[in-house]
Design a protein around this ligand. Structure first.
Ligand SMILES: [Zn+2]
Length: 235
C-alpha cells in the first residue's frame, strides 16, 4: 500500500499529523468487519480536522487488519474533553454515527450496547439498550420508579407518540429477558433490532423533533417564498 501525503497549506485547518514513512506504525485493537472479530490492526495514516465549520473536531484513522489485510477507516470526535476513546467505523459498512444533538451520556451508553453486539454478547447488548432507555427518562427530567413507569411518563408528557411507545414497551420486555436469569439467551436478530429501534427513538426525540420545531419556526416567520403559492387543498 502506498500513501500520498499532500503538502500542508498555511490556511488549511485539515492537517496530516502522522506519516507512516517516518514513524513506527501504531497498533490498534479493533473490530474487523471482514474477520467479524476483534483484531490487531496497523495504523497507516491519521488526519485531524479542526475546522469549526465541520462541526466537532474529528480524527480519521486508516488501519489494516493484521490477520486478513482488510482496510478499515475509523472516526473519533472531540466534544470538548479530547477525542473519544471509541473508534467508530466509517468504512466499510459504516457503523451509524449518532448525531451530536443526542446527549453525550446517551450516545456513550448506546455505544457500549453496540460494542456488546460486535462482541456477539447479544444479551448484554439488550441490557445496555434498556440502560439507554432509562437514560432517556432521566434526561427528560421525569420522575419514575421503574422503566415501565418512566416510559409511561414519556408518552403522557407527549415526548413519544403511540408507535414509539409500543416499540419501547417491547424493548423493555426484551431487556427484562436479558437482565434476569430466565434461561433464555437473546438472539442476534433481536439484539440487532433492539439497537436499531433504540437509535430511532434517540433520533426522534433529539434530532427530528428539534429539526421539525426549527422548520415550523422558519415557516411561521414566512421565510419560505413558495408558501403563498401553495393551495392547501392540493396538499
Ligand atoms: Zn480482519
Amino acid at each position: 500500500m502506498r500513501l500520498v501525503f499532500p503538502e500542508r497549506s498555511s490556511d488549511s485547518t485539515v492537517d496530516v499529523v502522522t506519516d507512516p514513512r517516518d514513524t513506527k506504525p501504531r497498533k490498534h485493537y479493533v473490530q474487523c468487519w471482514f474477520c467479524e472479530a476483534s483484531r490487531n490492526a496497523t495504523e497507516y495514516g491519521v488526519v485531524e480536522d479542526h475546522n469549526p465549520a465541520h462541526d466537532f473536531p474529528s480524527r480519521s484513522t486508516l488501519v489494516q487488519c493484521d490477520i486478513c489485510n482488510g482496510a478499515l477507516l475509523f472516526l473519533q470526535e472531540d466534544h470538548g474533553q479530547g477525542f473519544d476513546d471509541d473508534l467508530f467505523r466509517v468504512w466499510p459498512a459504516p457503523v451509524r454515527h449518532l448525531s451530536s444533538a443526542i446527549p453525550y451520556g446517551l450516545r456513550d451508553v448506546h455505544a457500549e450496547a453496540r460494542r456488546c453486539f460486535d462482541a456477539k454478547a447479544y444479551t448484554a447488548a439488550v441490557v445496555m439498550v434498556g440502560r439507554t432507555l432509562e437514560g432517556v427518562c432521566i434526561k427528560s427530567e421525569i420522575k419514575f420508579t421503574n422503566l415501565q413507569s418512566g416510559l409511561d411518563q414519556l408518552k403522557k408528557n407527549g415526548l413519544i407518540d403511540d408507535r414509539l411507545f409500543d416499540w419501547t414497551k417491547e424493548l423493555r420486555v426484551l431487556r427484562n429477558e436479558g437482565a434476569h436469569f430466565t434461561g433464555k439467551l437473546v438472539s442476534k436478530e433481536d439484539a440487532r433490532d433492539a439497537l436499531q429501534l433504540c437509535e430511532a427513538l434517540l433520533d426522534y426525540m433529539y434530532v427530528l423533533t428539534a429539526r421539525f420545531e426549527e422548520f415550523k419556526a422558519r415557516r411561521r416567520k414566512g421565510n419560505d417564498p413558495g408558501e403563498a403559492d401553495v393551495d392547501p387543498d392540493v396538499w
